[in-house]
Ligand binder design. Sequence first.
Ligand SMILES: Cc1cc2nc3c(=O)[nH]c(=O)nc-3n(C[C@H](O)[C@H](O)[C@H](O)COP(=O)(O)OP(=O)(O)OC[C@H]3O[C@@H](n4cnc5c(N)ncnc54)[C@H](O)[C@@H]3O)c2cc1C
Ligand code: FES
Length: 438
Amino acid sequence: MSPSLFFAAIFCGSCFLLFVGSADAIEEWEWKRLTRKRLPKLRSGNRLQTVANESAEQARTVAKPDVSQHPLRWKGWRSVSVQSIKDESPDCRSFVFVPSEGEPFPPFLGGQYLTVRLNDPSTGKKVSRCYSLSSGPDEPHYRITVKRVPGGKMSNLLHDTIGVGDQIEIQVSKGKFHSSLAESLSRDPQPLNLIAAGIGITPMLSMMFQSLNERSDREVNLFYQVRNGIDAPFLTPIREIATMLETTTGVRVHLWFSKPESDDIQPGDAVGRLSADLIVDRLGHHRGEYLICGPDVFMNAIADGLIERGAAADQVMFESFGGKSKSAGALAVPACDPCADGAGADGPESDESVGWSVTFQTSKKSASFEAGMDGLLDVAESLDVEVDSGCRSGDCGACVCRLVSGQVKYDESPECDLEDDEVVLCVAKPVSEVVIDA
Ligand SMILES: Cc1cc2nc3c(=O)[nH]c(=O)nc-3n(C[C@H](O)[C@H](O)[C@H](O)COP(=O)(O)OP(=O)(O)OC[C@H]3O[C@@H](n4cnc5c(N)ncnc54)[C@H](O)[C@@H]3O)c2cc1C
Ligand code: FES
């Protein structure tokens, strides 16, 4: 490719990138103005087939930041300011963060999450939870979108006490739930199939924006199950995106309404509950990566069904927003992973942990580590010992405590920062009697 052609391809790509990067300005409908300016250019000479070759070249040649090694990544907690707040539906609220001071935010991988920490005025203690980033991965600000959970601590604190200009603490973006980087670089990438229900839409938005930034020709299918047009965060901008992008990019949006109001349904929308069969029928194939996020029942049914219908098991991933159920946790795993349903817990590997006594020193409580437990956090929760948790996959660091005595093992090394005398409760298993400072 000649330098000028290369430059033209990049230029074309950066036009697109600017447009996609502005998608977070969905809030101000700024992106609409930008697309009006840019889409005619794309439409006139660069329809999907035409841009495909350029996009493949662009994806391969544009230097990708190594996000995990980015120099702007920080350790521990960082104070950020709330720049704006917006309700996306009656119970889902977006918070946009900008740096309070110091360095700009580093980019992240679409699908990753932030761990957010606040002071709980009712107890005086800090509370932290994980929230998927719903903004584009290389925008100068970060956005999370939080659903209010009845009785929930953090979601209600965020909704009720946090206003524009307030400071909160965050950790750097983390998480393994993202699309394959290798796939987006290939000349003929497999489709990227994003399947969300309700608030599970948040990681899908950042993945869709990332894919569009990388290349506009990739087939991206966004399946979105909502109840109706009201309880559906981001529905309006998603519809707008679908209309804007369908002739110039590979993005297709498929909306499913389980209990629509009379004026919710538009041409192409479906009524009912999304299933693996319906997804494969709508796609007309079972190729590509599948990333699923929503209630556990929804994810399990869709993941199992997709594999039964022929999807490659190692291409089916899901992210659980957690809670305290056993199958939850923030683990983004191939659905076929034997550990995903707890089956691995009874395997020979975990046997050496079963039966060891676990003592929580401050709470003065002890219990044995039992078969089927994922980590010491399960023991703490069974005893009602107060410990924080977030991702339940060793990433966020919320559950880190001091190990007073004893030894633990990790099936997979945790990714959070850890001092020598600390232990990551959610993924640590005892291999001797242990005493924890909690
Ligand atoms: C990787 C990851 C990404 C996530 N991304 C998002 C996202 O984008 N958006 C989002 O909204 N959430 C997201 N979550 C979920 C989020 O982290 C929180 O779990 C969620 O906001 C609930 O937190 P909470 O503190 O409000 O509820 P908690 O206080 O943790 O309560 C959790 C549950 O326990 C129940 N409960 C609490 N107290 C009691 C009690 N005394 N008695 C009985 N039941 C009780 C609550 O009703 C609730 O069902 C994500 C989670 C993970 C792990
Ligand atoms: S809960 Fe996130 S590291 Fe344990």
